[in-house]
Design a protein around this ligand. Structure first.
Ligand code: IPE
Ligand code: IPE
Ligand code: MG
Length: 236
């Protein structure tokens, strides 16, 4: 990394292509998910080293519930194992774990592992790692509207006070800044219901590499590319 490299404060990643990675190797899809866990580890490590403040990883979407039961089960098991095995390393790296999405949809044992990992890392002051689980951007906006309506009904706010900034405070991401850089692996050029509100002005980086092949150097490349972007936010 050069001295001119601009480090994004918040990186969000659509970790895609695990199944295709496995298929190319004649392996079951779950092997792709397993291999992807190592990419997660490397990305967290790289972001910690570079001083990125927030890393949001899209791990399971609202729509992923439509996959075959066996794959969902394998993914949930992998998530639980990842949380139990990696929490010590997460804490050693001073990483604070958080989660967004409809977490109560997850199996009880996953929820337990998740809340334990969140609790154990809550005092850490380094990178904030946010896992998007059972997450959908549209669902988040609907949940945000419901929360806003409750505040209106309770008399905490009146209609005139509703602005984009106020609405942002009703989203799952209310404690985090918007992503500066959005990365999607496996070459797909779509958002797949990820952070629809928050990525209004994020820089988008798409790589053909499948997620299990996306490692530290690939993240560095994405950041170097981001550094060259001219962000105008609608101005001149
Ligand atoms: C991403 O890889 C992981 C999840 C969506 C959970 P996929 O499982 O979508 O892999 P492809 O896109 O089928 O290759
Ligand atoms: C997006 O990948 C969701 C995650 C990476 C968790 P998908 O594989 O589910 O997205 P589509 O179906 O290709 O749009
Ligand atoms: Mg996919």
């Amino acid at each position: 990394m050069s001295s001119k490299t601009v480090i994004p404060k918040h990186i969000a990643v659509i970790m895609d292509g695990n199944g295709r990675w496995a298929k190319e190797r004649g392996l079951p899809r779950r092997s792709g998910h397993q291999a992807g866990a190592e990419s997660v580890r490397e990305c967290v490590e790289a972001c910690s080293e570079l001083g990125v403040d927030f890393l949001t990883l899209y791990a399971f979407s609202s729509e992923n519930w439509n996959r075959p039961k066996a794959e969902i089960k394998a993914l949930m098991k992998l998530l639980e194992r990842f949380l139990r095995e990696k929490t010590p390393e997460i804490c050693e790296r001073n990483v604070r774990l958080q989660a967004i999405g409809r977490i109560t949809d997850l199996p009880e044992s996953c929820q337990k592992a998740l809340s334990e990992a969140i609790d154990r890392s809550s005092e850490n002051t380094g990178l904030t790692l946010i896992l998007a689980l059972s997450y959908g951007g549209r669902e988040e906006i609907v949940d945000g509207i419901k929360s806003l309506i409750r505040h209106l009904d309770d008399g905490h706010i009146d209609r005139g006070m509703i602005t984009p900034e106020l609405f942002s405070k009703h989203l799952y991401t209310r404690y985090y800044p918007d992503p500066d850089l959005l990365i999607r692996t496996s070459g797909e050029m779509r958002l797949s219901n990820f952070l629809l509100w928050q990525i209004s002005y994020s820089e988008i980086y798409i790589t053909n590499k499948n997620w299990p092949d996306f490692r530290k150097q690939d993240l560095h490349n994405a950041i170097e590319d981001f550094s060259k972007r001219q962000r105008r936010f609608g101005g001149l």
